[in-house]
Design a protein around this ligand. Structure first.
Ligand SMILES: NC(=O)C1=CN([C@@H]2O[C@H](COP(=O)(O)OP(=O)(O)OC[C@H]3O[C@@H](n4cnc5c(N)ncnc54)[C@H](O)[C@@H]3O)[C@@H](O)[C@H]2O)[C@@H](O)CC1
Ligand SMILES: [K+]
Length: 501
């Protein structure tokens, strides 16, 4: 797992640690880690041209000390001061080591130094950055676009909100981000995450002072999907019931069942109206299908299951509402998606239940679920805050889809899915995800684990479908990317599962 802490908690931990250390020791630790990474990234330190972009706070101080360290090893270091305020001891250390200093207003020499640099350290703002970068910070951040130099962000790429990943204006796009003590949520959540490049964590000794994390990103080693044992039979491995599709919308049913079949369910029971049932039988002969009388919504017609998925392509009429109500009246884990969420938005009373409920909205669906009080754009801009609020208000496990999928459950760290790809933003992939998570729920995984593993495998399947590995001279590597369909994601799921072995 990658653990991230809210900025306030990072500051509190730093205070606690600093109280036990000599003045400035913590900053020098951070700067030494930053300098070591920069040295590794350069073909050689001696003679390398390094530019420091230096803001008025301690982030700039880190950059100055790191620059001093590189200058002592023979690098040619230029600091560009963005503010009349700067870290005095840091600047003195740089000067002593032979570094040069420019002001941001010296635009000609600053531009030339950045153009000629081998490596740029971005020390404009770190966890103290708030709102859109102001000038001259913003202009300096823009100057790092499309340059040949390696761009290394100190702690957080400047312009990225460390707490949330929001980017409101110009922001540095780093090749590498060297972060101190713990990850910050903004390094794991888009759009911030997309600005970080490779993130390296430098241990500055904060660990003992940090509370439980606020956000975690799951890595394959953390994911434990149900494995069939020698005594498994199809009933013990978990039977998932899928209620999806309608005479009007049939594709969602086929894709959702596909996700469940390839998600490792022992058996998939599918129930719907005649046309989707016919199509599912055709595509997925493994599924046990039932044509149900929607008006009666009697789930006994479908047979025994261990978890339900309801919603994709279901329609939003009264019959659909009766099916959602029937599922949520059971004491089984249930996942509600798509049309099911639209129904739930007008029937939030159905969420009062004991068994686990997983909701998988995109931002627009979450707006409706939250009673249209929070516009879609706000949810997209403040994804972390909104998913946490939704989990608390709706008493459910909420998986918010988007460029970084987030999964929240009340009083638990928010999970961030690291495998997403923009290629997945295509019709029908959400239906695959709900079937997949349903299968994992039926296999006995707790709701947050099933949602986390489902999002991970789904993203990875999307990546593998877009760029299957090809054999290169140094072993298998991702091939060129191609557009993908939701069916391709279903097909790639077994390969995604195999990576977890
Ligand atoms: N507190 C500590 O013990 C440690 C802090 N460290 C570093 O210190 C950083 C935090 O330092 P600070 O609290 O001084 O804050 P920062 O240096 O991150 O940011 C504050 C500075 O940025 C300016 N600023 C903020 N938002 C701006 C905007 N939108 N446009 C333009 N200027 C803006 C402020 O005027 C101020 O000068 C961390 O990110 C980390 O790099 C590390 O040295 C490790 C130890
Ligand atoms: K920075």
């Amino acid at each position: 797992m990658r653990y991230a802490h809210e900025v306030g908690k990072v500051r509190a931990a730093e205070q606690a640690l600093m109280a036990r250390l000599p003045e400035g020791a913590l900053m020098r630790r951070a700067a030494a880690g930053l300098a070591a990474t920069c040295a590794r990234l350069l073909p050689g330190v001696y003679g390398a041209r390094v530019v420091l972009l230096v803001g008025g706070g301690d982030n700039g101080g880190d950059a100055l000390y790191a620059g001093a360290g590189l200058a002592r090893r023979g690098a040619s270091v230029v600091a560009v001061l963005a503010s009349d305020r700067f870290h005095r001891e840091g600047l003195a250390a740089l000067r002593t080591a032979g570094g040069r200093v420019l002001k941001a207003a010296d635009t000609g020499p600053v531009g030339a130094a950045i153009e000629d640099a081998d490596l740029v350290i971005d020390g404009l703002t770190g966890i103290g950055g708030t709102g859109a970068l102001r000038e001259p910070y913003a202009g300096l951040a823009r100057r790092t676009e499309d340059i040949d130099a390696i761009v290394v962000a100190c702690d957080v790429p400047s312009g990225v909100d460390a707490g949330s990943g929001r980017v409101e204006g110009a922001a540095v796009r780093a090749d590498v981000t060297v972060t101190f003590g713990t990850y910050k949520p903004g390094l794991l959540i888009d759009p911030g995450a997309a600005h970080c490049g490779v993130v390296e964590l430098v241990d500055i000794g904060l660990g003992a002072h940090l509370p439980d994390p606020d956000v975690v990103a799951a890595w394959p080693v953390d994911l434990r999907v149900p494995q069939p044992g020698s005594e498994s039979d199809k009933y013990r491995r978990g039977v998932v019931g899928v209620l999806a599709g309608s005479e009007r919308y049939t594709g969602a049913a086929v894709l959702c069942v596909g996700g469940a079949v390839h998600g490792g369910a022992g058996m998939v029971r599918f129930a719907s109206t005649p046309h989707p049932v016919e199509l599912v039988r055709h595509h997925w002969p493994e599924a046990v299908t039932t044509v149900i009388d929607r008006t009666s919504a009697a789930l006994e017609q479908v047979g025994q299951v261990q978890a339900w998925v309801v919603g994709p392509g279901l329609g939003t009429d009264e019959d659909a509402e009766a099916l959602v109500e029937a599922v949520l009246s059971t004491d089984l884990p249930a996942l509600v998606d798509a049309d099911g969420l639209t129904v739930l938005a007008r029937r939030r009373d159905l969420l009062r239940r004991e068994a686990p409920t997983v909701l998988t909205p995109h931002a627009g669906e979450l707006t409706r679920l939250l009673g249209n009080r929070t516009p879609r754009q706000t949810i997209e801009a403040r994804r972390l805050e909104c998913v946490q609020r939704a989990a608390a208000e709706l008493s459910a496990t909420v998986l918010l889809k988007g460029s970084t999928t987030l999964i929240a459950e009340q009083d638990r760290p928010v999970r961030v899915n690291p495998t997403g790809t923009p290629r997945l933003a295509t019709a029908g992939t959400g239906d695959v995800l709900s079937g997949l998570i349903g299968a994992l729920l039926a296999g006995g995984m707790p709701a947050i684990e099933a949602a986390t593993a489902g999002a991970y495998l789904h993203g990875l399947a999307g990546r593998l479908a877009a760029a299957p590995p090809t054999d290169g001279p140094s072993g298998p590597a991702p091939g060129r990317e191609a557009p993908i369909s939701a069916q391709d994601v279903v097909t790639a799921l077994p390969d995604a599962f195999r990576t977890l072995a």
